[in-house]
Design a protein around this ligand. Structure first.
Ligand code: BGC
Length: 384
């Protein structure tokens, strides 16, 4: 990763002890510098194979997740690096070709009423070569949202840069994904934070919806009906069916997946809950109130996501606040971590995680990607 001259405004420490946080704004040049650095992180994080590593410096994240990778590819499309996005989509195509037999077997056995185990489903992450990982630790692999997210990102790519050849090339991967999601979407599976395998998550269903719509599948409406009937509490979306709390990943139900209109009642109520319950005093966004992962910090990608939402809801000033908050969390060299410790929800859980896996991930490509998404939403798409 190139070391760049970053303005001294970056890499500021957390909030002053005891006082209210000072929300300093950076100048445009510093924001642009961070956008350039983000582009470099996404470039350096792409393997020859096209895979995008989740985080190069954090051992357990040295894999390519469909979810993280798809958002990175989308960010690359927005900043005129569509060649890199295409390389990622091709990697997905090859990877899923390698998974075809496994997927077909799961589909056939499921159709005949067999009960499948988590290991029978496709993985959420793969090695950079596109094979199933054989890491020491067993991962929480049964997650469906990434399969929806890659379809959504590929749809966005083709919308920006129509390309029949590429569409044809990836048709088998798209069709396999559509059949897979159409068969399994009702099953409980891990959420996008790789937790709660026994539950069904509206945010996951939203990603699947976004993917099916991108692939032109009308049955996506069944998901909307299902969530409307089962996933609301007093008109606002819940984290998982049967629970009462909210999760910031539900932003996706409005932007970008459009399960519900971003300015409609359901999403505005959900947005309101997220803003009230999941935003820390300095403006950073938590995943959910009971989060303990690395102490339960504020996530850069979620704060950028909230800003993205605000741009779609016509609230530019709030979106700018989010962008500036994310920018202020960058390390002095511009790297953006997964989360920061300014206002931990569960500080006593930080050390055990650090002892297990080392310091929390930085740079996280998905954080950089979401910064670029918000940055381009505010200042325009195109080459940086
Ligand atoms: C997060 C996932 C993410 C993965 C890789 C996990 O800790 O919960 O959402 O895909 O890290 O970045």
């Amino acid at each position: 990763m190139t070391d760049l001259l970053i303005s001294p405004q970056l890499g500021q420490p957390g909030p002053p002890a005891g006082g209210s946080p000072v929300a300093t704004r950076l100048d445009r040049a510093a924001l642009r510098e961070l956008a350039h650095h983000s582009r470099e992180v996404l470039q350096a994080g792409q393997a020859e194979t096209g895979a995008l590593i989740a985080s190069p410096a954090f051992t357990v994240y040295r894999y390519c997740w469909l979810r993280d990778g798809a958002f990175c590819a989308h960010a690359l499309d927005r900043i005129g690096q569509s060649g890199q996005a295409v390389a990622f989509f091709r990697w997905v195509g090859r990877t899923l070709a390698g998974q075809e037999a496994k997927a077909e077997s799961a589909l056939t056995r499921f159709a005949t009423g067999e009960k499948l185990s988590a290991a029978d489903f496709l993985n959420t992450r793969f090695t950079l070569e596109g094979t199933e990982e054989t890491g020491e630790e067993e991962w929480w692999n049964f997650q469906l949202d990434g399969y929806g997210t890659w379809l959504w990102a590929f749809g966005e790519h083709l919308r920006r840069a129509p390309n029949e050849k590429l569409r044809e090339e990836l048709r088998p991967a798209v069709e396999l994904t559509v059949r897979y999601l159409s068969a399994f979407w009702r099953l409980p599976n891990y959420d996008c934070w790789e937790e709660n395998v026994d539950d069904v998550h509206p945010a996951t269903l939203a990603a699947i919806y976004g993917g099916l719509v991108a692939a032109g599948k009308k049955q996506a409406n069944a998901l909307r009906r299902f969530v409307r009937a089962n996933g609301l509490l007093e008109g606002s979306l819940v984290k998982s069916l049967g629970r009462e709390d909210v999760d910031a990943s539900l932003l996706g139900a409005g932007v970008p997946y459009g399960l519900f209109p971003p300015r409609g009642k359901i999403m505005l109520k959900t947005l309101d809950r997220i803003a009230k319950e999941l935003v820390a005093p300095d403006g950073g966004v938590y995943r959910y109130r009971k989060d303990v992962y690395f102490g339960g910090g504020e996530w850069l990608l979620l704060t950028a996501w909230l800003g993205w939402y605000y741009t779609q809801a016509g609230q530019r000033e709030k979106a700018l606040d989010c962008l500036h908050w994310v920018a202020r969390q960058a390390r002095p060299n511009g790297d953006m971590p997964e989360q920061v410790t300014n206002y931990l929800l569960a500080p006593e859980h930080r050390q055990p995680w650090e002892e297990k896996w080392g310091l929390s991930a930085s740079p996280l490509l998905w954080s950089h990607a979401m910064y670029l998404v918000l940055y381009t939403n505010l200042f325009g798409e195109g080459r940086l």
